[in-house]
Structure formats: structure tokens, C-alpha cells
Design a protein around this ligand. Structure first.
Ligand code: URA
Ligand code: SF4
Length: 224
């Protein structure tokens, strides 16, 4: 078994984070062009490619997941695997027009361990999240959404710090917790859609909770 992202712990500490690879005057096109060269942490090495956010250039709502999964890593697009299917359905059930949404992840490379031919998801560490945040900040600067929905614990911790717990904060509108030039008007945390897939007996209730939280976000979107 190889452990991606753990093969070079000393190197990881020395790595500078993404800052130097992020264009000074970002547009979505410039970010997309620059992202593949990022060496801000060691996760680029075993992954197939970096996965940039996708969606409306001036979306009203930005959805922030954890990191690309297996499918996303192969296809180079966010939320195209099973969790993406849940998310798509939940957005529809919450009455959110996908044309008003931009979807991205806190970490742009897939972290995994290998078991035989299988690649098993491994959550990014705090160091990867911190290293990768300049890309999300740049996406926020360009897209300027009214609101941000944080999907799950990794996205929540990225913004609120490591004490964040989804169960304690979910479904409640909050102000942006970081100093940022591009602070959206509000932020709301909810369950990650893959938690719906992992839940067995509670699958229906977990899904309903996600939809209920997304409805709170929907009701906070201004305009038609
Ligand atoms: N899970 C995520 O957090 N992001 C994706 O893009 C896919 C699955
Ligand atoms: Fe850069 Fe983020 Fe990929 Fe690390 S995970 S190499 S910081 S894009």
C-alpha cells in the first residue's frame, strides 16, 4: 500500500502553499490555465490532474466541497461522481437553479491510498487545506457569489478552523468568518452529499437534512 500525501512529510512542511501559482489578476480562464502547474503541496504528484471549480462565472451561490474524488480526478471536473449525483438531485429538490451555481472544492487534488488497483479516498490534512486555500480565495474574487455553502467537515474546518463540527453549525446562515477581500454576504454549512451515500438506515433523513439546509440557502438568494 502506498500512502499518497504522506510519502514526503518533511517536504510537505517546506512547501510554500499555492500562493505563488495563483495569477495576480485572476479570471476563471487564468485560474484554469495556472492551476495544473501548482506544486503548493505534495498532493499533485500521485493525482491525475488538478480539478478546478465549474459553473456560472458570476454565480449567486458557490458550493464548496472537500476535494475531487476518484471520478473527478480522472475526468478533471468537480462533482461528476456519485456524490455529485446526490448533490444535483438535492439542489433540484431545494429549488436551486444550477445555472446560478458555481461548484468547487477546498482542495484541488485527489488524496487517496492505493489498495491493489483501487484508490481509496483519504481526507486532506490541515496542511493541504491551508496550502490550497489561495485557489478558493481567487475563485471567490472572480465569481463574487452572494453566498457560499460549505459541504461537510473539511470545507467547514477550512473556513472556521479545526474545532468546526457540521452537526453543530449546519443550516444556519452566518457571516463570512475570515478576513477576505472577497467576502460573500453569508455562508452556510451543511452535510456533505457523500454522507448521504454512507448513511444506511438514515439515508432518507440525511438526504432530507441536506435539502432542508439548501432550502435555507435558496431563500437567501436575492433576485429571481
Ligand atoms: N466530493 C467532493 O467533495 N468534491 C467532489 O468534487 C466530489 C466528491
Ligand atoms: Fe496546489 Fe492545492 Fe494541488 Fe496542493 S492540492 S498541489 S495546493 S492545487
Amino acid at each position: 500500500m502506498t500512502r499518497s500525501g504522506r510519502s514526503d512529510p518533511e517536504g510537505a512542511e517546506e512547501r510554500p502553499g499555492a500562493e505563488q501559482w495563483v495569477p495576480a489578476r485572476p479570471t476563471l480562464g487564468a485560474l484554469r490555465d495556472a492551476l495544473p502547474a501548482c506544486r503548493g503541496c505534495e498532493l499533485y504528484a500521485p493525482a491525475t490532474q488538478a480539478v478546478m471549480g465549474e459553473g456560472a462565472a458570476h454565480a449567486d451561490l458557490m458550493l464548496v466541497g472537500e476535494q475531487p474524488g476518484d471520478r473527478e480526478d480522472r475526468e478533471g471536473r468537480p462533482f461528476v461522481g456519485p456524490a455529485g449525483g446526490v448533490l444535483e438531485r438535492a439542489l433540484a429538490d431545494a429549488g436551486i437553479d444550477p445555472g446560478r451555481v458555481y461548484t468547487t472544492n477546498v482542495v484541488k487534488h485527489f488524496r487517496f491510498t492505493t489498495r491493489g488497483k483501487r484508490r481509496i479516498h483519504e481526507s486532506p490534512g490541515r496542511e493541504h487545506v491551508v496550502a490550497c486555500l489561495p485557489w478558493l480565495e481567487a475563485e471567490l474574487t472572480v465569481v463574487r457569489p452572494d453566498g457560499v455553502v460549505l459541504l461537510g467537515g473539511t470545507a467547514g474546518k477550512a473556513l472556521y478552523g479545526s474545532g468546526f463540527k457540521v452537526g453543530e453549525r449546519r443550516g444556519v446562515l452566518d457571516s463570512w468568518p475570515r478576513e477576505s477581500e472577497a467576502a460573500p454576504a453569508w455562508v452556510l454549512a451543511t452535510t456533505h452529499p457523500s454522507a448521504v451515500l454512507r448513511a444506511r438506515e438514515a439515508r432518507g433523513a440525511t438526504y432530507d437534512g441536506l435539502v432542508a439546509d439548501l432550502r435555507v440557502a435558496a431563500s437567501s438568494l436575492t433576485g429571481p
